[in-house]
Design a protein around this ligand. Structure first.
Ligand SMILES: *Cc1c(COP(=O)(O)O)cnc(C)c1O
Length: 423
C-alpha cells in the first residue's frame, strides 16, 4: 500500500473536482427575455390582478405544481421565507410547540420561533438522519401544534408514519424538502408528502435561481394563507374576503420575474440532474460498500434518494481512531470530505440562553406557554453521536462528476480505510 498523504505520501488526487454548474444558455436567454419585457416584478400589495405576481412567477408555479403533482405551488424568495410562511399558514402562535429536527439548516427550526412557537427537538433516525414517527411521538404534549420534518441530504423522512401520527394528534406537518427535489417515497415526490412542502432554489441546491423557494400544498386554504403572508397580508384581507385573521400579518417574500424565469429552465433540468446524482451515488456506494469502519448512505425501501450530499457514517471498526483524523487524512489525499454537518441546533446560543425576541426571553418565557422545553446537551443522543463522532459527507456527487472522479474518491477512501491503524 502506498504511503498516506498525511504521512508524506503522494495524494490520490492532486487537482480539484469539478464544480456543480447547472446554469447554461437556456437561463441566459430566459433572463434576457425578462429584461426585454422590462417587467422585472409585477407583484403589487393590493388585492387585484397583480397581487399574485407576474407571468413568469405564475408560469413557474403552474409548472412546479404539475411536475410535483401538487394542487397548489406558491413561489417565495427563499425556502426560509417558505418555511416561515408555512408555519404562519399552519396557525402556529405564541406558546405552541412545534416539533423540529436538531440536525438541519438552522431555518427549519427558526421557522417555529418566528410566530412565537417553541421549537421542540426530536432525535433523528441513525439511518436516514431524519426525525421519525417514534422520536416525534416521544416529544408530543398537549401543546404540540405542528411538526417540521426535513428530508435531510435528499432522503425523505418516514412521512407516511409521520402523517399517521399527525392525523391521530391533529397536527399540521410541514415537509422541508429543500435538499430533496426529485426524491420520492413510493413514487410520490418528496415535498408533497405532508400538509405543506417547502423547496429551496438557492445557489447551493440541486436546482437554483440564485435565491428562491417554493411552497406546495393540496389544501386551497393553506395555499391562500401562504400567498397572503408572502405579500403584505394585512392590506389585502378585506378586499380578498379573508375572514380568519390569525397570522395574516404579511411580509415581502415575493420572487422576481428574473428568478422565476431562471427557475423555469432549471425545473426542466431537474430529472436529469437528479438521475446523475443517483447514478454517481450508486457507483460510489458500490465501490465503498463493505469498507471496514464505513457505512455508505442507506436508502429505505420505496425511496428514491436525491443525494443533495453523499453522507456516510464512520464507525471506526474498533480502531479507536477519531473521525477527525480520518477526515483529515482523506482531505490530504485530495478528497473533499467534511466532518459532522451542523451542530445540533439546540446547542446554539439562542436556545442555551433562551434569548430570541426582545430581552425578556420571548417566546420561551411567554406566560401562555405552560410547557417545560429542554435544550440541554444530551437530549438527542443520536444527533450528537452523528455530529461529534460518526457523520462525514462529500459533495462530489452531481452531474459534472465523471467515473474517473468517483474512482479517485473511492480510491482515497480505500487507501485511508485500509491504513486506519497507521493514523
Ligand atoms: C438550504 C436549506 C434551507 C433554506 O433554504 P434557503 O432557500 O437558502 O432559505 C432550509 N432547509 C434546509 C434543509 C436547507 O438545506
Amino acid at each position: 500500500m502506498e504511503r498516506l498523504a498525511v504521512k508524506g505520501g503522494r495524494p490520490v488526487r492532486d487537482r480539484p473536482f469539478p464544480a456543480c454548474v447547472t446554469i447554461g444558455e437556456e437561463e441566459k436567454r430566459a433572463v434576457l427575455g425578462v429584461l426585454e419585457s422590462t417587467v422585472l416584478s409585477r407583484f403589487l400589495a393590493v388585492w387585484g390582478p397583480d397581487y399574485l405576481g407576474g407571468p413568469q412567477v405564475r408560469a413557474l408555479e403552474a409548472e412546479w405544481a404539475s411536475r410535483f403533482g401538487a394542487r397548489h405551488a406558491v413561489s417565495v424568495n427563499s425556502a426560509t421565507s417558505g418555511l416561515y410562511a408555512a408555519v404562519g399558514a399552519a396557525g402556529v402562535g405564541p406558546g405552541d410547540e412545534v416539533i423540529v429536527s436538531p440536525y438541519t439548516m438552522t431555518a427549519s427550526a427558526t421557522a417555529a420561533l418566528i410566530y412565537g412557537g417553541i421549537p421542540v427537538f426530536a432525535d433523528i433516525d441513525p439511518e436516514t438522519f431524519c426525525i421519525s414517527p417514534d422520536t416525534i411521538a416521544a416529544r408530543l404534549t398537549p401543546r404540540t401544534r405542528a411538526v417540521i420534518a426535513v428530508d435531510l441530504f435528499g432522503h425523505p423522512a418516514d412521512m407516511d408514519g409521520i402523517m399517521d401520527l399527525a392525523r391521530d394528534h391533529d397536527l399540521t406537518v410541514i415537509e422541508d424538502a429543500a435538499q430533496a427535489p426529485g426524491a420520492s417515497l413510493n413514487g410520490k415526490p418528496a415535498g408533497t408528502l405532508a400538509h405543506l412542502g417547502v423547496f429551496s432554489l438557492n445557489y447551493h441546491k440541486t436546482i437554483h435561481c440564485g435565491e428562491g423557494g417554493m411552497v406546495v400544498t393540496d389544501d386551497p386554504a393553506l395555499a391562500e394563507r401562504v400567498q397572503m403572508i408572502r405579500n403584505h397580508a394585512e392590506v389585502a384581507v378585506k378586499a380578498r374576503g379573508v375572514k380568519d385573521l390569525v397570522n395574516m400579518v404579511g411580509w415581502n417574500y415575493r420572487m422576481t420575474e428574473i428568478e422565476a424565469a431562471i427557475a423555469r429552465e432549471q425545473l426542466k433540468k431537474l430529472d436529469r440532474l437528479v438521475a446523475a446524482r443517483q447514478e454517481a451515488a450508486a457507483y460510489l456506494t458500490g465501490r465503498l460498500e463493505g469498507t471496514r469502519g464505513l457505512l455508505p448512505p442507506r436508502v429505505r425501501p420505496g425511496v428514491k434518494h436525491g443525494y443533495y450530499l453523499y453522507a456516510m457514517r464512520y464507525t471506526g471498526a474498533g480502531s479507536g481512531i477519531p473521525r477527525e483524523k480520518v477526515v483529515a487524512a482523506l482531505v490530504a489525499e485530495g478528497i473533499p470530505v467534511v466532518n459532522g454537518y451542523v451542530e445540533p441546533i439546540y446547542l446554539q446560543p439562542l436556545y442555551q440562553q433562551r434569548i430570541a425576541f426582545g430581552r425578556d426571553g420571548f417566546p420561551f418565557t411567554y406566560p401562555g406557554y405552560t410547557g417545560t422545553v429542554d435544550y440541554r446537551k444530551g437530549i438527542c443522543p443520536v444527533t450528537e453521536r452523528m455530529y461529534y463522532d460518526e457523520l462525514m459527507y462529500t459533495g462530489v456527487c452531481h452531474a459534472q462528476v465523471t467515473r474517473e472522479d468517483l474512482d479517485d474518491v473511492a480510491g482515497g477512501f480505500q487507501k485511508v480505510f485500509g491504513a486506519l491503524e497507521e493514523l
